[in-house]
Design a protein around this ligand. Structure first.
Ligand SMILES: [Mg+2]
Length: 251
């Protein structure tokens, strides 16, 4: 048995804005809040998914999407699903994995004060920079604060990121961390994320897998990609851009 754990946005599909103008052969993959197609698979991404299906490979999404955003994904996923950056696991029947939820809630409860304090600490600066702040919950419990800029202004988002990271460092909040991509900056628990969810699924439900693949585009995917046998990442994604810019010494 082969299992592919895969990030969704910017790995299996993306919005038109991120594709070359006029690209042909796109397959709708998600709906926007207005019910219209919002993200699309390129022919290559569609070919990969078709290959997985034809080969009997089990495909498990590992995404930051919450259940409502996952419901707007129109690709047919029928196995386990990892949502909310790892804090929610859905079973193949679509029900929340209660054992995982209980572990997550045990981890989240002691972090509530620190998360609230970070949110308050960044809110004034974020507003002055024109960034929108939103609080996200998993299992009815706050777990993440997300800052977005309407024009995805990289400089302003970076300033928000630095404020958050400085606050975490000053207060010694090692159990929270900051992740960033082109569109937003988020503060969320360091543990029980995508990597732990993938390890949990491997151990509990796929111990017999001969090969596990990991697909992701972002630095925040690295930890779960390191928990699999082999990693695939798209060109132009945050991961390869970072590596390309790093000018690493070759040893
Ligand atoms: Mg992604």
């Amino acid at each position: 048995m082969i299992v592919a754990f895969t990030d969704l946005d910017d790995t299996l599909f993306q919005t038109l804005r991120k594709l070359p103008p006029g690209m042909q052969g796109l397959t709708p993959a998600t709906l926007g809040r207005n019910g219209q197609p919002h993200s699309f698979c390129t022919p290559a991404q569609a070919a990969l998914l078709a290959h997985f299906e034809a080969s009997g490979i089990t495909v498990i999404p590992v995404t930051g999407r919450d259940p409502a955003a996952m419901a707007r994904v129109t690709l047919p996923f029928t196995s386990w699903r990892v949502l909310d950056h790892g804090l929610t696991i859905l079973r193949p029947d679509g029900q929340v994995d209660a054992e995982w939820r209980d572990r997550v809630l045990e981890t989240l409860h002691p972090l509530q004060d620190a998360l609230e304090e970070c949110t308050v600490a960044v809110s004034e600066r974020a507003a002055a920079l024109g960034c929108r702040l939103s609080r996200h919950t998993a299992h009815d419990t706050p777990f993440m604060t997300v800052l977005k800029h309407p024009d995805a202004d990289a400089g302003r988002l970076e300033q928000v990121q630095l404020v958050l990271e400085a606050h975490l460092a000053t207060r010694g909040y090692a159990d929270l961390h900051v992740i960033a991509n082109a569109n937003n900056v988020s503060v969320l628990p360091r543990h029980l994320g995508k990597a732990e969810a993938v390890r949990h699924l491997r151990e509990q439900h796929f111990p017999q897998a001969a090969l596990t693949l990991a697909l992701g585009d972002s630095l925040s995917d690295l930890a779960f990609m390191n928990a699999c046998d082999l990693a695939l990442t798209p060109p132009g994604g945050q991961l390869l851009r970072t590596l390309t810019a790093a000018k690493l010494p070759q040893r």
